[in-house]
Design a protein around this ligand. Structure first.
Ligand SMILES: Cc1cc2nc3c(=O)[nH]c(=O)nc-3n(C[C@H](O)[C@H](O)[C@H](O)COP(=O)(O)OP(=O)(O)OC[C@H]3O[C@@H](n4cnc5c(N)ncnc54)[C@H](O)[C@@H]3O)c2cc1C
Length: 435
């Protein structure tokens, strides 16, 4: 039997080990940190449970849904989304593009007439060449300029002409004119893939990791891979230990993997340097009082606030904050080219939270916990697809499978990661048996 070595015990590594075990194959997982979880970890501090920013479960795939339900058992709640967009000094229901009637009347008319132009008259770009074109083609100038463009510029920190739109059809709600008119007439429908979502009743999102881990192979924590010798098929770890592999599955971020491959061929090295990503500075806050009852998260598209999204853990599960307190996640995006001042950001966040009315009156912050997520979102620029393909092929030819959100370099949700792990487990065992 071939020796399968997995680098990284985030959801990808853990779920892969789970599926392999179901197929009767052992694997070993080596994790850099002190425990499994990766970006699906939860941190307990002063009675609050904080995730690494908001992590909500959405399901399109029935099998993944039933697997997660069976793993979490009773510990899974379904919630109907109450998300908002802060625009024109108010909290407009999300998705913005189907709630235009909540806007000031002149803005509503502008957005609607421009939307009709692109839908009925086919004005705007015919074939979108990039994400900016895609926005204009699907929404028209009004929605584009009042929400889509400022929000995406703030989030991606990249000119939108440089982004492809390959990911957007799947993730961005594109309504019909009927949808918009129905919503203006008060006929409510569910929009978007996360119109409802699931979350553990007790504990944070790490409950999912724990559930997979109970049925996967052993995780070796504090094992940071620092060198991979392709010739000898050996991984070396920072703690001095070494591991021989037949097949290596890496779930660590591709740019980091590129750095630790010994004698990487000259032709492939430049591909690793082409990868771009957005980082998220996640400030979790514990607050006194009941903040924003019922709300799940709010988008902030404009530059007058430091954050692009704020969410409310205590409205996912009351167990995430002590009685009488609230727990919130604040997300600020940055990149290598557009950094933020991490020392000064806490002050800006607090004053912006007061400005928009999330913190009001005597409400105060009693606890914070910070996650600086360097590799948060792969940037889908025009090189992204060909670059990741070239890298993954090079690795595959050397018996390295690179998977997971940052290993396969895709805008993957937790569900996508689980599905991919299942595919990888099947391909590794050449076993189509149901798991
Ligand atoms: C801010 C944010 C919000 C998100 N919200 C949602 C959401 O609401 N819903 C949803 O479905 N998905 C969400 N996602 C996506 C979801 O978190 C990911 O798809 C999933 O958790 C990725 O798991 P992974 O195992 O691929 O990566 P990771 O969790 O990053 O795991 C990789 C692991 O590799 C380890 N590692 C790295 N380098 C080394 C090394 N050299 N040696 C050994 N180990 C190493 C890391 O420590 C880590 O544990 C969100 C992601 C982010 C960043």
């Amino acid at each position: 039997m071939k020796r399968i070595t997995i680098l990284g015990a985030g959801l990808s590594g853990i779920s892969l080990s789970y599926f392999l075990k179901k197929l009767g194959v052992d694997s070993q997982i080596f994790e850099k940190e002190r425990r499994a979880g990766g970006v699906c970890s939860s941190h307990i501090k002063d009675g609050f449970t904080f995730d690494v920013s908001g992590h909500l479960l959405h399901f399109r795939d029935k099998e993944v849904f039933s697997l997660v339900r069976s793993l979490l058992g009773d510990n899974l709640a379904e919630l109907q989304r109450d998300a908002r967009v802060y625009n024109f000094n108010s909290f407009i229901p999300y998705p913005f593009q189907v709630n235009l009637s909540s806007l000031p009347p002149a803005v509503y008319r502008d957005c609607l007439s421009e939307f009709k132009k692109v839908r009925n008259n086919g004005s705007g770009p015919k074939r979108p060449r990039n994400f900016l074109d895609w926005i204009y083609k699907n929404f028209g100038r009004g929605i584009a300029e009042h929400f889509m463009i400022p929000y995406n510029l703030k989030f991606w920190r990249t000119p939108l002409e440089e982004l492809s739109h390959s990911w957007a059809d799947r993730l961005v709600v594109t309504p019909s004119l009927d949808d918009i008119e129905d919503s203006a007439n008060g006929r409510k429908r569910r929009f978007g893939y996360h119109s409802h979502f699931y979350y553990p009743k007790k504990g944070g999102i790490e409950e999912l990791i724990k559930a997979f881990k109970r049925e996967s192979n052993e995780v070796f924590p504090r094992h940071e891979a620092v060198e991979i010798d392709l010739k000898k098929r050996v991984v070396e770890f920072r703690n001095g230990s070494r591991e021989k592999f037949d097949i290596l599955v890496s779930t660590m971020p591709l740019p980091e993997l590129g750095k630790i491959i010994k004698k990487i061929p000259k032709y492939i090295a430049p591909y690793f340097n082409k990868l771009r990503w957005v980082s998220i500075y996640n400030v979790n806050l514990g607050m006194d009082g009941n903040i924003m009852p019922g709300r799940h998260w709010i988008y902030f598209p404009h530059r007058d606030t430091s954050f692009f999204r704020v969410g409310f853990y205590h409205n996912f599960s009351s167990y995430l904050a002590p009685p009488g307190k609230s727990a919130s996640y604040v997300e600020v995006s940055y990149s290598k080219e557009r950094p933020i001042d991490k020392k000064g950001i806490a002050k800006d966040i607090e004053s912006d939270l007061r400005k928009v009315g999330i913190l009001n009156g005597s409400a105060s912050i009693c606890c914070d916990q910070i996650n600086d997520i360097e590799y948060a979102y792969p940037v889908y620029d025009k090189h992204c697809e060909s670059t990741r393909r070239a890298i993954l092929k090079f690795l595959y030819d050397k018996d390295i499978i690179s998977c997971g959100r940052y290993g396969s370099w895709r805008y993957f949700s937790m569900e996508d990661v689980i599905l991919e792990s299942k595919r990888v487990a099947r391909s590794l065992t050449k076993n189509a048996r149901n798991i």
